[in-house]
Design a protein around this ligand. Structure first.
Ligand code: SF4
Ligand code: FES
Length: 270
């Protein structure tokens, strides 16, 4: 997107974390973002800066992105200390430069959490969230003929509740915002979404036990009720799903006494 001659543009300073690789030392570097319009998205602004860097023979800033429409969860950077930039229910790709003013200085850092090692500059490895899903974010179903759409009825309140949880796009901002680097909001959304539906209830105890175990194995911390995760979440995922995660875990502990949960898992709480 280029600026029209009549359009008001701004010039900004970017103070960006640059790190050549996972084991390399990082540092902040300052760049000019010139001729940025209020209509540029944040990522388009970075594209403009990168074009200037490439023209000058310098390394462009590495950052993650895919859909650029707020649904894939790939974009990720901490802007002025806040994951996704702090506009409520807005991913970084949907943040627009009209939120900034000419002359602003903007600090840009990668997600910082033990479970998310830095790959380069603003890009981190969020494979740990994928491993949580591999461990427990699924339901078993029989293959074969196509099931009748009405075979398992789901009540409207349960369907709405599950849809609210299913809004999680797996971006990891909750982890980056949490002082403990916990993935409880992400895990709570996934466990609650499936536990709310009849199709997910059969494996609910095993699922929550495996999810908690995987969180611990992958280096995530525990929840201590700061609620920074909910504040940073671009999809408005509520901390009520963390409470549901803890309830499901305690139900699983009780069931374990009668042999329903095969895998012993450590406590979900702090
Ligand atoms: S709960 Fe929110 S912040 Fe966390 S991964 Fe899902 S969408 Fe991102
Ligand atoms: S790039 Fe897909 S949500 Fe931002």
């Amino acid at each position: 997107m280029s600026a029209h001659a009549s359009e008001k543009t701004m010039n900004l300073k970017l103070i960006v974390w640059r790190q050549a690789g996972p084991d390399q030392p990082g540092r902040f570097e300052t760049y000019d973002a010139r001729n940025i319009t209020p209509h540029h998205s944040f990522l388009e602004m970075l594209d403009v800066v990168n074009e200037d860097l490439i023209k000058a023979g310098k390394d462009p800033i590495t950052f993650d992105h895919d859909c650029r429409e707020g649904i894939c969860g790939t974009c990720s950077a901490v802007v002025n200390g806040v994951p996704h930039g702090g506009q409520q229910r807005t991913t970084l790709c949907q943040l627009h430069m009209r939120k900034f003013s000419d002359g602003d200085a903007i600090y840009l850092e990668p997600w910082r959490a033990r479970a998310f090692p830095i790959i380069r500059d603003l890009m981190v490895d969020r494979g740990a969230l994928d491993r949580l899903i591999q461990a427990a974010g699924w339901v078993s179903c029989h293959t074969g003929g196509v099931p009748d759409g009405n075979a398992i009825l789901v009540g409207k309140p349960a369907a709405d509740y599950a849809m609210d949880a299913a809004e999680c796009i797996g971006c990891g901002a909750c982890v980056a915002a949490c002082p403990n680097g916990a993935a409880m909001l992400f895990a709570g959304a996934k466990v609650s979404q499936l536990a709310a539906l009849p199709q997910g209830q059969v494996e609910a105890p095993e699922r929550v036990a495996a999810m908690i175990q995987s969180m611990q194995e992958n280096g995530f911390g525990n929840c201590s009720n700061h609620y920074e995760c909910e504040a940073a979440c671009p999809k408005g995922i509520s901390v009520k799903f963390i409470a549901r995660l803890n309830r499901e875990f305690h139900k699983a502990l009780v069931l374990e006494k009668v042999g329903a949960v095969t895998k012993a898992a450590p406590s979900a709480g702090g």
